[in-house]
Ligand binder design. Structure first.
Ligand SMILES: C[S@@+](CC[C@H](N)C(=O)[O-])C[C@H]1O[C@@H](n2cnc3c(N)ncnc32)[C@H](O)[C@@H]1O
Length: 264
């Protein structure tokens, strides 16, 4: 059984994202941000935008843990208190004593991490397999891109959206309101072939510049999303987009009409 520590920004969306990259997802429990789920063996937590940590569930009682899952005797204990009334420091000490009695060593430099979540619904012991590197996402934040658009979606959310849409290697992804290319950038990072269209020529150029800045290629064209069939003579595996929500001189249709026409 797997454990994911979801981002508190949007737990429902984070759950859907985990489901989207797992072949046999079965949710077992959700306690606050701690999600327990079953899946196939190849879950790749590092693809996810809205999951901060990933691990293997070891049990709710320390006595039940099979310490053979760790590659050697040196174990780092890492406790995270998620609104529990337990004292994290005292609890860490107790775990340390238990580990010592088992003939294992507590080693704060070890890569074998016993990650422990203290929740309102008890304690979850896990073997940590993934810790999100937020700096990686921050590198691609809209403020760090050559062409900046204030309406561009946060890169972790963008990653979640492209995963949910089905972006992956050898899959073609279209964003027909591509703006500065924030969604396409995350789709490219997970290996998809990316295509964009925007009614504003400066956005098309900006998308090209932004993708190039991070070493990716995009096919971007100026055109109207409502007439996308004449913009691209091609079908796509998936579409991921965020529609305009501010004021724009180029949006001649009312937004209501634009939204309903596009959704059809
Ligand atoms: C919310 S922004 C997209 C932001 C984008 N996801 C990003 O990361 O920068 C919406 C974009 O839709 C474009 N747009 C508005 N009406 C359009 C239309 N009819 N067809 C294509 N693009 C359109 C705007 O120029 C704007 O760049």
């Amino acid at each position: 059984m797997y454990v994911a520590l979801l981002s508190g920004k949007n737990i429902d969306m984070a759950k859907v994202e985990v489901n989207s990259i797992s072949n046999l997802y079965v949710e077992k429990t959700l306690v606050g941000r701690v999600l327990l789920f079953e899946s196939d063996d190849s879950i790749n937590f590092s693809k996810l935008g809205l999951t901060h940590e990933g691990g293997i569930f070891l049990g709710k009682n320390i006595e039940d843990i099979d310490f053979n899952v760790f590659s050697d005797k040196n174990i780092k204990i890492s406790v995270l208190n998620l609104k529990s009334e337990l004292n994290s420091l005292l609890f860490s000490k107790k775990i340390g004593e238990f580990i010592f009695k088992k003939g294992l060593n507590v080693d704060f430099n070890s890569n074998n991490v016993l990650r422990v979540y203290l929740t309102v619904n008890g304690v979850y012991f896990t073997k940590q397999v993934f810790m999100q590197d937020k700096k990686e996402f921050a590198k691609r934040a809209s403020s760090k891109r050559k062409f900046f658009m204030p309406t561009s979606i946060d890169s972790m959310f963008a990653r979640a959206l492209v995963n949910i849409a089905g972006a992956k290697k050898n899959v073609s992804v279209l964003d027909c309101f591509c703006g500065s290319g924030g969604l396409l950038l995350e789709a490219a990072v997970v290996g998809a072939d990316v295509f964009g269209c925007d009614i504003e020529e400066k956005c098309v150029k900006g998308t090209e510049d932004n993708l190039e800045q991070f070493g990716f290629k995009v096919t971007a064209v100026t055109g109207d999303a409502l007439d996308v069939d004449s913009v691209f003579d091609k079908k796509f595996d998936c579409v991921v987009t965020d529609l305009p929500f501010g004021k724009s001189s180029k949006i001649v249709e009312s937004k209501k009409k634009l939204y309903s026409s596009f959704m059809l």
